[in-house]
Design a protein around this ligand. Structure first.
Ligand SMILES: Cc1cc2nc3c(=O)[nH]c(=O)nc-3n(C[C@H](O)[C@H](O)[C@H](O)COP(=O)(O)OP(=O)(O)OC[C@H]3O[C@@H](n4cnc5c(N)ncnc54)[C@H](O)[C@@H]3O)c2cc1C
Length: 539
């Protein structure tokens, strides 16, 4: 029994939840044997111009099933009808009883060790399937060394970086776990992370995040756990092509730079930056289509400006944590809509890059959100109307902009930047001030590097956002770019029911690079659900 929207003031203790939940459900407090917070969100909306912060909870109640109290049953039925209370099913597990274990799928190779690949592997192994995970990048320890070397020397290793290697793109991130999928698999996935060392509060916090520092302790434990389930990992093993059987519909051998691998099935969990691999596979039978994607700039402010704008001047940050925001500016007839994306409180702007000569920004943070800066992507959605026809037209468009930003920054990963008022007024910035971006900023006219319609959308949005967070459009804000990979421009077309790649009987494209996810949790869920589909069960 889940009681919805139980409110507590930010100064009120959690011990009041029992009484408040009982009150909301209309039942006596004594009828509650136990309770568990299923979801907690901070409501920081301003009311009448004032900051009235409150926590809003969904609370799962354990009631006495043998209670003879007919009056209680009637009250609960009424609460259910009113929508204040809802019955909840227990979350599913990775292992399914309805899998036909007489039909063995053979050896499956999962390509990519990001969240989609890891949870596809977990689900397959939990159901008794033999799995090999290959990744073009190295295991975490070596990957971390390469990332540190890049920051120190500016020499990019195209196979060992913020995008490629153990854990995928989310390994250097804020580790935000909230998703819009609302799928039951979220709970068991979160459980695996908690078992591996994540803060238990991620089980209910609406703004659950893990942080790069903790992710680096969790990932090796997840790998150990998978290995104990029989999964074999092969790092520094880049998929370069495949050989199909005589019918052309089944992939039999994967060609990698480390040699050939026989397989009975392939899960393609490549992420959004394996452009070379997807081009090579598209030339060999993989059906690829263009899809809309997001593009824009990253904006950075001092974190205290965001905290004060969202919580008011005297908020207890120890209790509340640093403020997040999600902002949306609706489209006008001639101006595209803009939304904030991947907001990192107390975070750092990074060069999320794998290819020489192409600059792309993103944000990460550690578990304590301890940097003095807040950053977020501000993006518009582009479709074939903006970037042209052809499956790879969006990729070409991304690459053109990323090359322009790389060159404008001085071709050494210094990022082009502009203070917000200068971007709004269309003039150069004299002094950029401090930033979290470790490779340095160079003052450039970003308003001239992006298409006019994107610039107009961003200008309108920033002015609007300033009404929600005072100072958002002020000198305190700096724009940095280019934010071009908040989602991928490709979809690897698959059958909606079987999730198989169109025309290929034993290939399952999954996750963000395949166009079916947009973050860590949604990629993990897509990987796990596709593994179920591979095993012949829906879910
Ligand atoms: C800096 C940054 C911060 C982010 N922050 C967040 C956040 O806070 N919250 C959130 O939800 N999302 C965040 N994201 C997005 C998130 O990381 C991705 O949505 C998610 O990782 C996608 O998962 P995936 O498994 O589909 O692909 P990926 O995680 O990209 O994994 C793909 C894997 O495939 C491997 N690979 C690629 N090509 C080959 C090949 N040819 N052969 C073998 N292996 C190959 C790569 O090495 C990589 O390990 C962030 C991304 C970045 C870059």
């Amino acid at each position: 029994m889940r009681v919805l929207s139980v409110e507590l003031g930010v100064d009120e203790p959690d011990s009041l939840l029992r009484a408040r939940s009982a009150q909301k459900a209309g039942i006596p407090e004594e009828a509650i044997r136990g309770l568990r917070v299923a979801h907690r969100a901070l409501d920081a909306r301003r009311r009448g111009g004032r900051h009235e912060l409150r926590f809003v909870h969904h609370v799962d109640l354990d009631l006495d099933p043998d209670s003879p109290d007919a009056a209680l049953a009637a009250v609960l039925a009424r609460a259910l009808r009113s929508g204040r209370v809802r019955e909840v099913d227990p979350p599913p597990g990775f292992r399914r009883d309805d899998v036909d274990r007489a039909v063995a799928p053979g050896r499956i190779v999962v390509v990519g060790s990001g969240p989609a690949g890891l949870y596809a592997a977990w689900t397959l192994a939990a159901n008794g399937v033999a799995v090999d995970v290959i990744d073009r990048g190295p295991a975490l320890r070596e990957r971390s060394r390469a990332v540190a070397r890049f920051t120190r020397t500016r020499e990019l290793d195209p196979e060992r970086n913020l995008l490629f290697g153990e854990g995928g793109a989310g390994t250097y991130s804020d580790g935000k776990l909230y998703t819009r999928t609302q799928h039951g698999l979220e709970a068991p996935i979160v459980e695996t992370l908690i078992e591996a060392g994540a803060d238990p509060r991620i089980a209910f916090d609406a703004r659950a995040h893990v942080g790069t520092d903790r992710l680096h302790r969790i990932l090796p434990r997840l790998r150990e756990r998978l290995e104990s389930m029989g999964v074999r990992f092969h790092f520094d093993t880049r998929l370069e092509g495949w050989t199909r059987d005589a019918t052309g519909s089944r992939v039999r051998v994967l060609r990698t730079q480390a040699g050939e691998i026989d397989c009975d099935g392939v899960v393609l969990a490549l992420g959004h930056s394996a452009r070379d691999t997807i081009r090579a596979l598209a030339a060999d039978g993989l059906v690829v289509e263009a899809k809309p994607f997001q593009l824009g700039l990253r904006i950075e402010h001092p974190q205290p400006l965001v905290d004060a704008g969202r919580f008011g001047p005297d908020a207890d940050l120890e209790r509340l944590g640093h403020a997040y925001y999600t902002l949306v500016s609706k489209a006008q007839p001639a101006t595209p809509g803009v939304h904030s994306f991947c907001m990192c409180p107390g975070g750092q702007i990074v060069a999320a890059v794998a290819q020489p000569g192409l600059l792309c920004t993103n944000g990460m943070s550690n578990s304590r959100h301890s940097s003095p800066f807040a950053n977020s992507g501000l993006v518009v959605t582009l479709g074939p109307r903006e970037y042209g026809e052809g499956a790879f037209a969006g990729v070409v468009h991304q690459e053109r902009l990323e090359a322009a930003f790389f060159a404008a920054g001085g071709s050494d990963w210094t990022a082009p930047a502009q203070r917000v008022p200068d971007f709004l007024a269309g003039r150069e910035t004299r002094d950029l001030g401090r930033s979290s971006y470790k490779l340095g900023l160079s003052s450039q006219r970003l308003d001239r590097l992006l298409e006019p319609s994107v610039v107009e959308g961003l200008r309108l949005a920033i002015r609007r956002f300033d009404r929600q967070i005072p100072g958002y459009a002020s000198e305190a804000g700096v724009l940095v770019g280019v934010e071009s990979r908040s989602s991928g421009p490709l979809r690897l077309t698959r059958d909606p029911a079987t999730r198989r790649a169109v025309g290929l009987d034993n290939v399952w494209p999954v996750g963000e690079g395949a166009g079916y996810a947009g973050g860590i949790m949604s990629a993990a869920i897509d990987g796990a659900r596709s593994a179920w589909a591979l095993l012949g069960v829906a879910g």
